[in-house]
Design a protein around this ligand. Structure first.
Ligand SMILES: [Zn+2]
Length: 322
């Protein structure tokens, strides 16, 4: 009796010890936030359980260039089909399926094709909630994404989602074409798929997002501009900052950002690659052009670490104490 009681006790200690160890491993796993660059302004932010996508655009079609070039230039010798504004382009389902297995939430910064073309397919495939402007949601509606998956925002919202929270920040579009770009257009309700590139490119206003996730505050921009009063006082430890050439149209772009955001520990440049080139093509010209951005950040915030992301390569964030 005494002996079996002792055995039972030892067994229980063993079981509890094993459970505790598993629990700890599980906790460590779920607190590790990993970022992956999908190209253009696209990112995946995940802890292995919850997956948040930002402007996921994997199709990288040979589409029309933004006004003044922006961060996209047709590649010389590109033999893929060249799409015009009046054309319908289908998402590259193979590229999406090989990299996006699941998503809980898709954040869209604005309704331009290099941000939204793949979002209806991803939403329908994963059941993810799409957070974006009314313009963005009208594009989703055209593709019959269920109403329950659409959370329409205008900037100013601060929403709780359980494992993360999300502050929606009013923003403005990159100053393309030497400050001549302007669009007040919005995608209207009542459109029917398939939509032409022109129909999925009305901008519809631009948003930025602050994601609070496992103690991190990750500030996400979808392009090269911001409204200073909307970001002053934010203290993200990670900032995804638009680093395309049009930022040079803006007064002290990187300096004001670094000061306003109180010198974030980590900066990841976004929307700096040539999104009209396929994944396999050389991004050397874009990488060369990015050097001046790295210098700007180093000058404005010497302690900030900058990582130039490689497509689909995991960037693990430091695990923070609870
Ligand atoms: Zn845009």
């Amino acid at each position: 009796m005494v002996k079996s009681g002792f055995v039972c006790f030892v067994f229980m200690v063993f079981v509890l010890g094993t459970l505790a160890a598993q629990d700890q491993r599980g906790a460590e796993k779920s607190h590790q936030v990993i970022l992956k660059y999908l190209g253009t302004a696209g990112w995946e932010i995940s802890d292995g359980t919850t997956s948040i996508l930002i402007d996921p655009y994997l199709s990288r079609i040979n589409g029309p260039a933004p006004p003044g070039g922006g961060s996209g230039h047709s590649l010389a010798g590109d033999t893929r089909r060249a799409y015009g504004w009046g054309d319908v382009a289908s998402p590259d389902v193979a590229a999406i399926d090989s990299h996006i297995q699941r998503a809980d939430c898709v954040l869209v910064t604005h309704t331009h094709y290099d941000h939204i073309l793949d979002v209806p397919y991803i939403a329908l495939k994963t059941g993810a909630v799409v957070i974006g402007t009314e313009s963005t949601e009208n594009v989703m509606r055209a593709y019959s994404v269920p109403e329950g998956q659409l959370t329409t925002v205008r900037g100013g919202e601060d929403y709780e989602f359980g494992s993360f929270s999300l502050k929606v920040i009013p923003s403005i579009h990159s100053p393309l074409d030497h400050k001549h770009y302007f669009s007040s257009a919005t995608a209207p309700a009542g459109m029917k798929a398939p939509l032409t590139l022109e129909q999925i490119h009305p901008e519809g206003g631009t948003l930025a997002y602050l994601i609070r996730f496992h103690g991190h505050q990750i500030l996400v921009f979808g392009g090269m501009n911001y409204i200073e009063r909307e970001i002053v006082g934010l203290e993200p430890d990670v900032a995804l900052i638009g680093a395309g050439a049009s930022r040079k149209e803006i007064y002290d772009y990187s300096g004001r950002l670094m000061r306003d955001l109180h010198y974030p520990a980590l900066v990841l440049p976004t929307h700096w690659d040539n999104f009209l080139a396929p994944y396999g093509a050389s991004q050397q010209p874009a990488l060369d052009a990015l050097q001046s951005f790295l210098q700007e950040i180093a000058a404005a915030s010497p302690k900030t670490k900058v990582i130039v992301p490689k497509y689909f390569e995991a960037i693990p964030l430091e695990t923070l104490p609870k």
